[in-house]
Design a protein around this ligand. Structure first.
Ligand SMILES: [Zn+2]
Length: 354
């Protein structure tokens, strides 16, 4: 697909609330007033010093991941003029505002918006995702950053579907770790396939203080730097992790986080499991207590759809153990996310197994 020259303005949209160069009255007293003023999925245009180029920031695809929203609110409040035109897309505003605020990934009964960026665009979430994709296509930006928080506590990292200098350069504005995945889930970062370099930035946990600093400082660099895509011959010191595998329960079976095994759950993990994040799990490390179904309640398919569970894990003494050292990411202690999304991502630590 070929994209035209960057748009000099933002088009109106039936599904997105479009705001152009918001003044102080539109920003409200605080981030809550600002979000209430937006009321729903929104795109905010801020004219840049170089009006011929546009960069896009998306955030709040998940309503319980506030770091990107706080960071862009502070930027808007600063009154700074970004180097290029900037468009901020805030998606799940309604979910974020639903009490308790910033606690709903999506509203009950709705689909995860970051799984909706591929056809069919039929239900409400699909249509919002389509409207966002249409807007981005019209804007023809030089790149896009999608800012998230991890569901557990932990350090920041990027996620991309491509490993090339541009994606490394974008990641390096925020963090030095990049997960590159061939898995396609309908996530916004799959835009990289449509000639817009796109990186998902996971800033760390929503309640981790460093997440806020990472989001603010990274966003400032992204918006104010003359060049955010790769500078030729410059080496970006970014660690790359290819194709992590998701450990999931079969059929969204329940997961528990407790000190004692929960008889209702197919696996019970420690409430402190987040400590595994970014660590290496050895064969001696018990990941959790398995229910009666044992290993058969779990699944770990790679990006090609091959089952890898028994290659990486084994059950003994009622517990789940790695067969080889593995490095884990995105460990959650939220039982709903563990059940419906995954318990964590992992890669083998042995050479050639990444
Ligand atoms: Zn997210």
């Amino acid at each position: 697909m070929s994209w035209q020259k960057s748009s000099q303005t933002i088009p109106e949209s039936a599904l997105l609330n479009v705001v152009k160069d918001p003044g102080p009255d539109q920003l409200g007293q605080d981030v809550w007033a600002f979000l209430r003023g937006l009321g729903g999925p929104s795109a905010i245009w801020v004219s840049g010093q170089d009006a011929s180029r546009t960069r896009v920031v998306c955030t709040l695809l998940h309503g319980n991941e506030p770091s990107g929203t706080h960071a862009l609110y502070r930027f808007l409040r600063s009154g700074k003029k970004p180097l290029t035109n900037a468009v901020f897309i805030l998606a799940s505003v309604k979910a974020a505002l639903t009490p308790p605020v910033f606690s709903h990934r999506m509203l009950p009964g709705k689909r995860d918006l970051n799984r909706c960026f591929r056809p069919p665009f039929e239900d409400e979430e699909g249509l919002i995702a389509e409207a966002i994709l249409d807007l981005i296509q019209t804007l023809s930006p030089e790149c896009l950053i999608d800012v998230h928080n991890t569901s557990g506590s932990g350090p920041a990292f990027g996620v991309s579907i491509q490993d090339d200098p541009d994606h490394r350069a974008l990641t390096s504005l925020f963090t030095n770790d990049l997960i590159v995945t061939d898995l396609r889930l309908g996530a916004l970062m799959e835009l990289s396939e449509r000639a817009v370099p796109t990186v998902t930035i996971e800033c760390g946990g929503a309640s981790d203080h460093p997440s806020q600093i990472i989001a603010e400082e990274g966003l400032h660099r992204y918006l104010m730097a003359e060049q955010v895509l790769a500078v030729p011959d410059l080496e970006y010191m970014v660690n790359i992790y290819h194709n992590p595998i998701r450990l999931e329960t079969r059929g969204d079976a329940p997961v528990a986080y407790a000190e004692e095994p929960d008889p209702e759950a197919v696996i019970t993990l420690s409430p402190q499991s987040e400590k595994f994040n970014y660590g290496t799990l050895t064969r001696e490390e018990c990941i959790g207590s398995l229910g009666q179904a044992g290993l058969s309640a779990l699944t770990a398919k790679d990006h090609k759809g091959n089952e890898r569970l028994e290659e990486y894990f084994e059950a003994h003494d009622g517990g789940l153990y790695p067969r080889h050292p593995i490095k884990v990411f995105m460990v959650t202690t939220n039982a709903t996310i563990a059940r419906k999304d995954c318990l964590f991502y992992f890669i083998g630590c042995n050479p050639g197994q990444s």
